[in-house]
Design a binder for this molecule. Structure first.
Ligand code: GAL
Length: 825
């Protein structure tokens, strides 16, 4: 009896596994899943840029936003930080991430790389790889190929073992090898071409029975599919007729560097790019990023990429809906999915009206869907189309799912705008104290300043690349040397100029135990020269240099070979005579990292309370560690810490690094447009906010890092600042606005439990100004406010049809009425 049961169970399992496996095929029109054509709307969420606790809600919000797939890269240096020592724990649990996607019945796209770019430290390569003998990265080099194959095979097998490929019943429908190699391969000559072939053969050898892609790779060998990355991909054509037109990176915004204001990409422009892509035969788009997240620890690349990787993505850094972007795209996704069959199976006929205006009609089995596209940057276009007039605003696409009714126009945003506020702890809850009590401790550099080194890491007669010495285990490397001079030396007794040529990114110099100067790379110039006057004594003089990196490069041909740290020359120059002493080939002693890092001052378990000082807090002092405790803020809004007042350094909560901080780095005053115009080809520099402000003031503390009671925040301050202004806060929706066209529906939501407490403004008719400054224009219905108050006050969300019947007569005499509302949550 028992054995019969077992057989039945095994049989059922076999049937289940068999029936749930999917066959992924494709042709020139689209991907097909079990023979059925699919529009794939995907979004990038990089698992290490959030926490495992956040994944289900991020993925759920992506699904709510109309996506049917999630894409991620795989981050080699995070998984193999030391040679053959792997980490797949916590937010590196790739299997759990893919299973979370599967749980919500979405598809997954796995871009293995393992070179990923991604503004991620060193493009995802472990630094030990660069330090291997006889290696050249990203080319036809045996040592590199062997390592790449080792890691790629590990990942593919991990997915196979968990049956995560679609061919096994899992969610992964596409896999990628390499990343945008085509952009830079000419630099690698014939060896580069051979490498591309090898990548394709490696991918094929895994027999995972799903298609492989190579993005930005015009010569992708069959059956690799080449795909497009960019702000617009409507003009892209794959390199073979039987490949579908797929857009692997649809840049939803842009990344930010230290010293930069915040880039934005308007929702209207992003929607325009997507609609146009589908107008011209596209079948898969992936928002890069859908959720950008946070570069915890030392994961940001660049160099100089900020800890926030918000990207102005549809979900903000903390996972909140970035409105109106999220909502405006959701509506577009719904329309695209509703016409999927006609769009992907249909014959397309394009009509060109001149002046950048076009129409595309897809027809299939008696049904048609029409796109009216206006790529003119300044003029609306009225087109008579199948006996009806349609006015298509400049730089927009109208979609008529039945070739008659306007269901969507990319320039007409009906979704709400949400203004997020950062609420300091204690703002409205007395149980959450806002005053933090600090203790502190010096990073002990007294001995090192005098050239006394215990446990040096290396001694050589040359200046070495920083990452070759540190393996990037720390941002910091000490370079120390003694300069012995006798009375006869022509430089003795003079004030000479110390000249240090460095390849970045920050340099602190000490001479005969005094701090003589610091300098940092600015405006993208990572090579710079520090020049300071020093008095040279008879006997031994100590030169101690601390070099700090702020993320390693991630992009460009041979980016991995970019030098870091002090490569010299280092010289002493008599400014009067120009007599020079080149000390580059002196004996140099190296020490990796800071004492506090090695002894883990940031870890609550490592230091006794008695080792911290309760004396008056030092301010504007270099190399100080600060510590405080704080209570877990009530509720479940995302938690942030305001670090205004600090200089530059790193922050830890309960021993976990929340990343580098640098609030003293203020962006330039100019370059932020007062209004962001969307009706032009997007460039990241067009649309910025926060000029003249710190690039980053608020730092994300994921709730997963917090204890239910007391929490420990430790700061390492490198350049000097004060923690007295620091406060812990939460991010929540402050107010929402909408300006909805007649005929649509007003949908307002406080997005997370709170309710509307006040309707500040409502007008159905003509309204001037924008969110926060709405005022009635020439006319408006007198009922507007009371109707909205009745429908929304005290509710978490509300929905009202925008019609005269509901809102009353506008008294206007124009054609287009809108309902503008500003509400407080
Ligand atoms: C692409 C690259 C991505 C990312 C993006 C910019 O070139 O493939 O990984 O770096 O640029 O955010």
């Amino acid at each position: 009896m028992t054995s019969r049961k077992a057989v039945v169970v095994i049989l059922l399992c076999a049937i289940f596994t068999f029936t749930s496996a999917s066959e992924i095929t494709y042709d020139g029109s689209s991907l097909m899943i079990d023979g059925e054509r699919k529009v794939i709307l995907s979004g990038s969420i990089h698992y290490p840029r959030s926490t495992a606790q956040m994944w289900p809600s991020l993925i759920h919000k992506a699904k709510e936003g109309g996506l049917n797939a999630i894409e991620t890269y795989v981050f080699w240096n995070a998984h193999e930080p030391s040679y053959r020592q792997y980490d797949f724990s916590g937010n590196l649990d790739l299997v759990r991430f893919i299973k979370t996607i599967q749980d919500q019945e979405l598809y997954a796209i796995l871009r293995i790389g393992p070179y990923v770019c991604a503004e991620w430290n060193y493009g995802g390569f472990p630094v030990w790889l660069h330090n291997m003998p006889n290696i050249t990265l990203r080319t036809n080099n045996e040592v590199f190929k062997n390592e790449m194959q080792n890691f790629t095979t590990l990942i593919v097998n991990m997915m196979k073992d968990e049956k995560l490929f679609a061919s096994q019943g899992g969610p992964i429908i596409l896999a990628q090898i390499e990343n945008e190699y085509g952009n830079i391969m000419w630099e690698y000559g014939e060896e580069g071409k051979a490498y591309v072939k090898w990548c394709a053969e490696l991918a094929q050898s895994y027999s995972i029975n799903i298609p492989w892609i190579m993005c930005q790779q015009d010569d992708a060998p069959e059956p690799m599919i080449n795909t497009c990355n960019g702000f617009y991909c409507d003009q892209f054509t794959p390199n073979r007729n039987n490949s579908p037109k797929m857009w692997t990176e649809n840049w939803s915004g842009w990344y930010k560097g230290w010293g930069d204001p915040s880039p934005h990409r308007p929702a209207e422009d992003l929607a325009f790019a997507v609609a146009r892509f589908f107008q011209y035969g596209g079948s898969l788009t992936n928002y890069y990023m859908y959720h950008g997240g946070t570069n915890f620890g030392h994961t940001s690349g660049g160099p100089y990429i900020t800890t926030s990787y918000d990207y102005d993505a549809p979900l903000d850094e903390y996972g909140n809906l970035n409105q109106p972007k999220w909502g405006h795209l959701k509506e577009l996704h719904e329309v695209l999915i509703s016409v999927e069959k006609t769009l992907l199976n249909g014959e397309r006929i394009d009509t060109d009206y001149g002046n950048m205006m076009s129409a595309s009609v897809y027809s299939y089995q008696g049904k048609s869907v029409c796109f009216l596209g206006n790529a003119n940057t300044s003029d609306a276009f009225t087109v008579e189309f199948e006996n009806t007039n349609y006015t298509v605003p400049a730089w927009s696409v109208t979609i008529l799912p039945d070739c008659f009714t306007e269901a969507y126009n990319t320039a007409k945003v009906n979704s709400q705008t949400s203004i997020m506020v950062k609420k300091p702890n204690g703002a409205d809850n007395a149980e959450e104290p806002s005053n933090l009590k600090w203790v502190w401790k010096n990073e002990d550099i007294e001995e090192i300043k005098n050239g006394i080194v215990t446990g040096s890491d290396l001694t050589t007669n040359t200046l070495l690349d920083q990452k070759a010495v540190t393996n990037d285990t720390s941002d910091y490397l000490w370079y120390m040397t003694s300069i012995v001079v006798d009375e006869k030396d022509s430089l003795v007794g003079k004030t000479v100029t110390l000249q240090v040529h460095t390849s970045g990114h920050i340099l602190h110099a000490f001479f005969n135990s005094k701090h003589i100067g610091s300098k940092l790379a600015q405006n993208g110039h990572y090579d710079f020269v520090l020049e300071e006057d020093v008095p040279l004594n008879v006997g031994t003089n100590q030169l101690v240099l601390l070099s700090a990196t702020v993320g390693l490069p991630n992009y460009g041909a041979n980016f991995d070979k970019t030098p870091n740290g002090i490569l010299g020359p280092v010289k002493l120059i008599d400014p009067g005579t120009n007599n020079t002493k080149d000390i580059s080939s002196n004996q140099w002693i190296y020490k990796v990292g800071l004492q506090g890092q090695i002894l883990e001052f940031y870890s609550p378990q490592k230091l006794n309370e008695s080792e911290w000082s309760y004396e008056e807090l030092p301010t504007n002092k270099m190399f100080v560690w600060y510590k405080t405790t704080f209570e877990n803020p009530v509720g479940d809004d995302p938690v942030v810490v305001d670090l205004l007042g600090l200089g530059k350094g790193e922050a830890w909560v309960n021993g976990k690094s929340i990343g580098r901080y640098w609030p003293s780095y203020v962006s330039g005053k100019d370059g932020c447009a007062s209004a962001c115009y969307f009706n032009q080809s997007y460039k990241a520099e067009n649309c910025k906010t926060g000029c003249g402000e710190p690039s980053m003031q608020w730092y994300h503390i994921p709730r997963e890092f917090l204890n239910s009671d007391d929490n420990v925040l430790v700061l390492f301050e490198e350049v000097g600042g004060t923690p007295s202004l620091v406060n812990i806060g939460t991010i929540t929706v402050g107010k929402v606005c909408a300006n909805v066209f007649e005929g649509s529906t007003l949908k307002l939501s406080c997005q997370g439990g709170k309710v509307f407490s006040e309707i500040k403004f409502a007008n159905f008719g003509e309204t001037e100004g924008s969110c926060g400054s709405f005022r009635q224009g020439r006319c408006g219905s007198t009922n507007s406010l009371s109707v909205i108050e009745q429908a929304c006050l005290g509710k978490e969300s509300c929905s009202i049809p925008v019609t005269e019947t509901v809102l009353g007569p506008t008294g206007c005499h124009s054609n287009i009425y809108r309902l503008a509302v500003e509400a407080v949550c």
